[in-house]
Write a protein that binds this ligand. Structure first.
Ligand SMILES: [Zn+2]
Length: 329
């Protein structure tokens, strides 16, 4: 299963759960002007595909076809540049590239799903309970974000007029602008983008309302959060809907990992919020909410990146909720 994973290094897309990968070994060289035994090439192609793109994996998965073409060589070179600062496009059986690749696979490759022991099961239950107890607060965060985005639209509709003596709309726009950096673009574009922010916040609020069972008074009974059972050392992850589900874990919940238990309330809420924005995107080019850059870098992104970066939405929503800028960790 492919998931968006909140790690200490930032958010990455990587496979989780499923079968453990076969040990990454090759018999002869793979890559540029190499032996390129089909079996070896497949091992390298599959290995590279399991490395998250921010950590040197290919942005678009390689075909695991045993044929070492230009794309495979380019992926090897990109991986080498990322980790060593040099490239020769060749993976040798006991060389640095293979060693680095193997090390990353043990950290990010699919991990075996094990049955939790009773005390572990209790820990997992408590984790899910804590998240579900936060649902009303999380819904309030979404409602506050909706109110702020709506007020910001009003400000734009009034021509950004300084004489408008409504602190509310002007301040709401300032808050939105802090996280989305609209810049000097045409007002009509800014308005459309604020409407987009509004739409995503509404989706979060609806998702929570549905899971809380508050639509038409019919409890849906669907848990929004579930505990990760793969012992991944992450905070949380949102499975991609488009990925084939290969385990009992599906794409209908946000999975919470061990690290999240130690988080203080506000940051905890923000992580849930961050995952919610991934959760409600439908993975179309228009609506995709991804992760650009490392955690803490949300305010260093370009305007276009911010419009599709989960952390900018989470920061905006938390600011709307608390009335102050959260730390950008
Ligand atoms: Zn993320």
């Amino acid at each position: 299963m492919l998931a968006r994973v909140h790690t200490r290094q930032g958010c990455v897309t990587c496979p989780i759960g499923g079968d453990p990968p076969a040990a990454l070994t090759i018999v002869a060289t793979v890559g540029h002007k190499s032996m390129n035994r089909a079996e070896d090439v497949r091992a390298v192609q599959s290995g590279l595909n399991h490395v998250p793109a921010p950590m040197g994996g290919p942005a678009k998965a390689l075909a695991v076809d045993g044929d070492c073409g230009a794309k495979t060589v380019a992926a090897i070179e990109a991986f080498q540049l990322k980790h060593f600062g040099w490239k020769d496009g060749v993976v040798t059986p006991s060389g640095p590239t293979l060693i680095k690749l193997s090390a990353l696979l043990s950290a990010f490759g699919p991990q075996a799903v094990s049955e939790p022991d009773p005390s572990r099961a209790q820990t997992l239950r408590k984790r899910v309970q804590r998240a579900h107890q936060q649902m009303p607060v999380l819904r309030q965060v979404a409602m506050d974000a909706i109110a702020t985005a709506t007020a910001a639209v009003t400000f734009v509709d009034n021509g950004f007029l300084a004489h408008i003596d409504e602190l509310g709309p002007r301040n709401a726009f300032r808050v939105a602008d802090r996280y989305f950096a609209f810049g000097s673009q045409a007002a009509v574009v800014t308005r459309a983008e604020l409407q987009f922010v509004l739409k995503m916040c509404r989706r979060v609020a609806s998702a929570i309302a549905v899971r809380l069972g508050e639509i038409h008074g019919t409890p849906m009974g669907l848990p929004l959060f579930a505990a990760d059972t793969t012992d991944a050392k992450f905070y949380a992850y949102t499975p991609r809907r488009s990925a084939p589900t290969t385990t009992a874990m599906g794409a209908s919940s946000i999975y919470l990992c061990d690290l999240i238990d130690d988080e203080a309330p506000e940051r905890y809420l923000r992580i849930l919020c961050h995952e919610m924005f991934h959760f409600v995107d439908d993975e179309t080019t228009e609506h995709e909410i991804v992760d650009h850059g490392p955690v803490g870098g949300a305010l260093d992104l370009t305007h276009a990146q911010r419009m599709h970066n989960a952390d900018n939405y989470a920061l905006f929503a938390m600011h709307a909720h608390t009335g102050r800028a959260p730390p950008t960790f």
